[in-house]
Design a protein around this ligand. Structure first.
Ligand SMILES: [Zn+2]
Length: 325
């Protein structure tokens, strides 16, 4: 599991930062990539990275401001041609797009006007607060943000994986592998032929806890941020401004890096990555944003375009993390 920052700027592109898009690379987990927001020229950024458009199966849009969606029609259109480069010439897989009201109309209007014919299907899911996607492996929830427009933060929760069956321990009991092992692996209580009763859970290694990623983009302060980020392994948080511009941040519905750090601390997050940086913080000036945040939450980083953050799998059972940064 990796987070790749395709664009880390706010509002408009600058020489150093393209507008916002984040790829959650789930290549080991499910051979898929999920995109969060698709600012203009995201497809150009993808050309510079190892992330392949055809691997993108889900796109989550936070809100309808142009710097978060103007890259979507272009990305979807280019992805149309990705299948032909495959050895078997297969067509690209379908894509599901999650986002606020108006997103479907926007995408289809542009594609229709440009007479684009896609070889794959787009499924639209209009987001409402709560769980918006769930399967055996992952659940994604949406939380309403405070940005003067319908806007959501997304929380991605990987489910815990059941521990491995301790086969040697079972063999020592004189048991032979077969359907019985399946029951034991399922954690069932099993009566053996010799009359002994064993609890399957005693023969499983520790569960591997899943990871939690919270993506909080354009918003000013709201208690919903803490809910979205609770115990997150990685909190990605917008930091359009520094603390010295807190009045402007509030006026424009944005956050400062200091607020991002306060949210990370209050939510007991493990790591904070700042993104959506205003173009006024050029080059080393952006380091100031990290410095301000680190006073409150030590494990703070600032994302740069095309930077990849690895989110390693956890080894043992989850301990409650109370982290003051
Ligand atoms: Zn916005």
């Amino acid at each position: 599991m990796e987070l790749e920052f395709l664009g880390t700027g706010a509002g408009q592109p600058s020489k150093q930062r393209n507008v916002t898009s984040i790829a959650l690379r789930l290549l080991d987990e499910r051979n898929e990539v999920w995109l969060f927001d698709v600012g203009e020229a995201t497809q150009h950024q993808l050309l510079k990275s190892n992330t392949r458009s055809r691997k993108v199966t889900k796109i989550f849009i936070t809100h309808m401001h142009g710097d978060h969606i103007f890259g979507l029609p272009g990305f979807l259109t280019s992805r149309n041609f990705q299948g032909s480069e495959l050895i078997d010439g297969g067509k690209p897989t379908d894509v599901t797009i999650y986002g606020p009201a108006g997103l479907q109309q926007y995408v289809f209007s542009v594609l229709r006007a440009a007479q684009v014919r896609l070889q794959y299907r787009i499924n639209f899911i209009q987001v409402r607060p709560g769980i918006i996607f769930e399967d055996q492996q992952f659940a994604v929830s949406a939380f309403p943000m405070n940005h003067g427009i319908e806007d959501y933060a997304y929380r991605v929760v990987e489910k815990d994986t059941v521990g491995q069956l301790q086969v040697e321990k079972l063999l020592k009991l004189g048991l032979k592998s077969g359907p019985l092992f399946g029951k034991i692996k399922a954690g069932e209580i099993v009566k053996l032929e010799n009359g002994l009763t064993i609890n399957g859970k005693d023969f499983l290694g520790p569960d591997r806890p899943g990871r939690i990623i919270a993506i909080v983009l354009d918003t000013k302060d709201t208690p919903e941020i803490i809910k979205a980020a609770e115990q997150a392994d990685v909190l990605v948080h917008e930091a359009t401004y520094g603390a010295e511009n807190s009045i402007m941040a509030k006026r424009h519905g944005h956050s400062t890096s200091l607020q991002a750090a306060e949210h990370a601390r209050a939510a007991h997050a493990h790591q904070l990555i700042l993104t959506h940086i205003s173009a006024r913080y050029l080059g080393k000036m952006a380091d100031q944003l990290v410095k301000q945040a680190k006073n409150v939450f030590r494990r703070t980083y600032i994302a740069h375009d095309l930077e990849i953050f690895d989110i390693p799998a956890k080894k043992s059972e989850r301990k409650d993390k109370i982290d003051v940064g």
